[in-house]
Design a protein around this ligand. Structure first.
Ligand code: COA
Ligand code: AMP
Length: 631
């Protein structure tokens, strides 16, 4: 079927379309109700279906002859380790770890927080939680104790699973002190911590609370898969919103399994048995969907890479892994390729490896700038596919659907809406805009399978954040336009979310940290262009009257505070002192205006501005300090 035919079917007969896709997974009880509304009026998929996601990802393949196939390739240049785990071995490990969790009281619907580096045990933990019908919440290792505590308080886990350390190139990052601190800060009491000791660093255990992973596994009874309803949550993954409090994106079991299975063929053109590598981290949605669930649901071999695109040991790391394991599709953030390009501009290292098995390179997580697109395509000789998605959707909203039909690529565009997504560009009043007119990107409800039905524990927040601005639509928070051929161009966030090295961060959250400094009267954090990371945050601060501190000292204190409160991944390295911040008459800082100045765009000064002269003033300060993007 051509893309147009498939897209038409998904749009005009969504129930028939998704009912057919649902036949591709092995339900315990096949759904009869394909689309219905929940108590909040949100469209839900397959409500009366029953399944277990872990069963589909593991046991099903063992039962169907894939037991000896490698499920996980673990490649860790930072520990000099390579390991292959078959579907049979992985199923056994997961069943046992599910037994460990069950022995700690984890049952269906309970939450388990997982704070682990990129090691196979992180996947074992996630799948074991799913096996019990419980709900995992993975927290990225680069987050601080404070951020971990915030997530513990929101998810209220029965158990926390961690490891003694992660490794950042050659630095050992101890996790245990952060876990201990988070458990103390959190109001929700975590009584059980399961810890995997790694040889790079042995953590001290707290008697009565901490359980040694290896010891517990040695005597564990394997646990069976627990059937859940399609609409029961599989996981909660926190993502940055515009405020300091992250949003717990809820993913259900049924819609997720069906959509991901569909995506493996339609978007990535991957068959069971192929090697698929998403060079991301299990702490992000890309890791959830395409390191863990997508490839395993599809009977593929997935690569777990504990390394960086560069410096582990060089800019040839990605190409080595692709050659060594016969990777068919490589998926990473554009930042990774910018980093490789910076160290190997001529792509000399690419020539050292045989990339014949590599079909396609996929990129997402941030804007794919045309120079990075062109460099990667030219130096590798492979098709490069940009696709746009969000934690909230769990899979691509727009892509070049290579498994249906490879459409001509346009640099700077994430191509066309994926079947199931009805994407529209709206103006401020909610009117649909025509080709080449820029506006807010909105998705018409109901959203297709896998998209979030709520924010964990807070439906009102879900409705306010996404559904109220344009009734009948999900507001993506991204701006952009369709061209005359129906290709989508993403122009960036329309809110206070920034994207740093493919990591989504809230400037509002950083502002809360800066505002807590004694010398700071007011502040605003904006994202400015960065050649490697896409964007980096910069803090604009206004000092309290009578404060005596140098700009340099203030900067180092603020940088340390953000590192401690949010984590090193925030990458806030620069703050400046400004004479004042442009505001409305009611005292609101005009953040959009600051963003426009930083982006070198024409500024739209609202009529509510308190003093129009403040615009030229801040523009001149920002230009002088090199914070305005050129041309
Ligand atoms: N645990 C602990 N610390 C971490 C971490 C983790 N899992 N991940 C990152 N950090 C730390 C880094 O060590 C660094 O600390 P530093 O300031 O002390 O040096 C800081 O967070 C910033 O990290 P990062 O933004 O990754 O910068 P980098 O210079 O170390 O690496 C890249 C640059 C481009 C190589 C790297 O950002 C990268 O691989 N990006 C791809 C991102 C990605 O895959 N995103 C997923 C979405 S698809
Ligand atoms: P996350 O939820 O962390 O995956 O981040 C989602 C956000 O990243 C989106 O809202 C976009 O702002 C940005 N993003 C993701 N993919 C792309 C892409 N292909 N092009 C442009 N921006 C993207």
């Amino acid at each position: 079927m051509s893309y147009q035919e498939e897209y038409g079917k998904a749009t005009n007969q969504p129930q028939e379309f998704w009912a057919e896709q649902a036949e591709n997974i092995a339900w315990y009880k096949a759904p009869q109700t394909i689309l219905s509304e929940d108590e909040n009026g949100i469209g839900r998929w397959f409500a009366d279906g029953e399944l277990n996601t872990c069963y589909l990802a593991l046991d099903y393949h063992v039962e169907n002859g894939r037991g000896d196939q490698v499920a996980i390739i673990y490649d860790s240049p930072v520990t000099d380790t390579k390991q292959k785990i078959t579907y049979t071995e992985l199923t056994e490990q997961v069943a046992k770890f599910a037994g460990v969790l069950a022995a700690q009281g984890v049952t269906k619907g309970d939450r388990v927080v997982i704070y682990m580096p990129m090691i196979p045990e992180a996947l074992v933990a996630m799948l074991a939680v799913a096996r019990l019908g419980a709900i995992h919440s993975v927290v990225f290792g680069g987050f601080s104790a404070h951020e971990l505590a915030v997530r513990i308080d929101d998810a209220e886990p029965t158990v926390l699973v961690t490891a003694s350390c992660g490794i950042e190139i050659s630095r050992v990052i101890e996790y245990k002190p952060m876990v201990d601190e988070a458990v103390v800060i959190a109001e929700h009491k975590v009584n059980n911590v399961i810890l995997l000791q790694r040889e790079q660093c042995v953590a001290e255990m707290q008697a009565g609370r901490d359980i040694d992973w290896a010891e517990a596994m040695s005597s564990a009874e394997p646990a069976e898969c627990v059937p859940v309803k399609a609409t029961d949550p599989l996981y909660v993954l926190y993502t940055s919103g515009t405020t300091g409090k992250p949003k717990g994106v809820v993913r259900d079991n049924g819609g997720h399994a069906v959509a991901l299975k569909y995506s493996m063929k339609a978007i990535y053109n991957i068959k069971p048995g192929d090697v698929f590598w998403a060079a991301s981290d299990v702490g992000w949605v890309v890791g959830h969907s395409y390191i863990v669930y997508g490839p395993l649901l599809n009977g593929c071999t997935t690569v777990v890479y504990e390394g960086k695109p560069v410096r582990t040991p060089d800019a040839g790391g990605f190409w080595r892994v692709c050659e060594e394991y016969g990777v068919k599709a490589l998926f990473a953030a554009p930042t990774a390729f910018r980093a490789i390009r910076k160290e190997d501009p001529e792509g000399a290292l690419i020539g050292d490896y045989n990339l014949d098995g590599l079909d396609t390179i996929f990129m997402a997580g941030e804007r794919l700038d045309p120079p990075t697109y062109e460099w990667t395509m030219e130096k590798t000789g492979k098709p490069v596919i940009d696709h746009w998605w969000q934690t909230e959707t769990g899979w691509a909203i727009c892509a070049n659907p290579t498994g249906l039909e490879s459409l001509p690529v346009k640099a700077g565009s994430s191509t066309v809406p994926v079947p199931g997504f009805n994407v529209q560009i709206l103006d401020e009043a909610g009117n649909e805009l025509g080709p080449n007119q820029q506006g807010s990107i909105a998705l018409k409800l109901p959203l297709p399978p896998s998209c979030l039905p709520t924010v964990w524990g807070d439906f009102n927040r879900f409705a306010e954040s996404y559904l109220t601005e344009y009734p009948g639509f999900y507001c993506s928070g991204d701006g952009g336009y369709f061209d005359e051929d129906g290709y989508l161009f993403i122009m960036g966030r329309t809110d206070d979310v920034i994207n740093v090295a493919g990591h989504r961060l809230s400037t509002g959250e950083m502002e809360e940290v800066l505002a807590a400094h004694d010398a700071v009267a007011e502040c605003s954090v904006i994202g400015i262009e960065d050649k490697l990371k896409g964007q980096v945050p910069v803090g604009l601060t206004l000092l309290k009257d009578g404060v005596d501190i140098s700009e340099e000292d203030l900067q180092s204190e603020l940088v340390a505070m953000v590192r401690k409160q949010i984590g090193p991944l925030a990458c806030l390295k620069r703050t400046i002192v400004v004479p004042r911040l442009p505001k409305t008459r009611s005292g609101k800082i005009l953040r959009k205006l600051l963003r426009q100045i930083a982006a070198g765009q024409e500024v739209s000064v609202p009529s509510t501005i308190d003093d129009p002269a403040s615009v030229a003033e801040i523009q001149s300060v920002m230009t002088e300090k090199g914070l305005v993007e050129k041309g």
